[in-house]
Design a protein around this ligand. Structure first.
Ligand code: NDP
Length: 255
């Protein structure tokens, strides 16, 4: 008995890569999880555009590695995002990966740090998703993956701004999934636990990391590639019937 859907199509002997002919935009794609994601999507056949804010060297290097292109765009600015998407032409796969932290206990947290994190980790996804949406609706196909965090599910002392933004991203993901599902566009979120990148290097000491690993059932640190594999899966034909989902990639830390 067959079920109609992307996952059930028989694979041809020489099936083309699943994202061949698709253009993928990865925000913050120059380094860390974004870079690993850009590589994973390119391996699936996508033409990858790496968007960066300030580190052109890292972004150019990643773009070179994936045979794609790098574009400067601060995703907190709606007009800049609109201009970037217009220049790219069409975006079939959007990975809202750009993010930042400005940690502090709430009593000491400056309003500027609250605003900065909400803009960078949440409002950015509003700008990018809005900018690519009409093209995806016209194409009647699209994949959107939002990079949230386990702290958006569990909360974390010292990260009220970041946890609020990442929790907001989960509500955003589910709402968009409902808005655009009828056009074969999926919108999902990936929630990593701890991964060693520039983002965490400054804030997590070796002692804290050792403690986190001890509390992780799989007993190791996560890698950017672990997270990229989850993004790649959500963009693959096998995930064609999955939308509004939050895929936790944390070695079991949050269970
Ligand atoms: P990195 O610091 O390595 O990368 C962050 C990326 O975001 C950089 O490429 C940076 O670009 C980009 N970026 C930041 N602000 C902007 C902006 N305003 N406009 C455009 N790009 C911007 O961090 P990670 O790879 O660790 O993080 C990637 C995502 O994963 C983030 O959303 C993060 O919150 C999330 N995450 C990470 C975890 C971890 O443990 N590492 C855990 C859970 C979630 P540039 O360098 O050019 O400024």
């Amino acid at each position: 008995m067959g079920v109609a859907g992307e996952a059930s199509r028989p694979a041809a002997a020489t099936a083309p890569p699943p994202l061949e002919g698709r253009t993928a935009l990865v925000t913050g794609g120059g380094k860390g999880i974004g870079r690993a994601t850009a590589i994973a999507l390119a391996e699936m056949g996508a033409s990858v555009v790496v968007a960066y804010r300030s580190d052109s060297g890292a972004a150019e290097e990643t773009a070179h590695q994936v045979g794609g292109s790098a574009v400067q765009c601060d995703v907190t600015y709606g007009e800049a995002v609109q201009a970037m998407v217009k220049a790219i032409g069409k975006v079939d796969v959007l990975v809202n990966n750009a993010g930042a932290v400005r940690d502090n206990l709430l009593l000491r947290m400056k309003e500027a740090d609250w605003d900065y994190i909400l803009q960078t980790d949440l409002t950015s996804a509003f700008h990018t998703t809005k900018a690519v949406m009409s093209g995806m609706l016209r194409a009647r196909w699209g994949r959107i993956v939002n990079m949230t965090s386990v702290v958006g599910i569990t909360g974390n002392p010292g990260q009220a701004n970041y946890a609020a933004a990442k929790a907001g991203l989960i509500g955003f993901t589910k709402s968009i999934a409902k808005e655009i599902g009828s056009r074969s566009i999926t919108c999902n979120a990936v929630a990593p636990g701890y991964v060693r990148t520039e983002l965490t290097e400054a804030s997590l000491t070796d002692e804290i990391v050792a403690e986190l690993v001890k509390r992780t059932p799989l007993q190791r640190e996560g890698s950017a590639e672990d997270v990229a594999a989850a993004v790649a899966f959500l963009c693959s034909p096998a995930a064609g019937f999955i939308t509004g989902h939050v895929l936790v990639v944390d070695g079991g830390l949050s269970i």
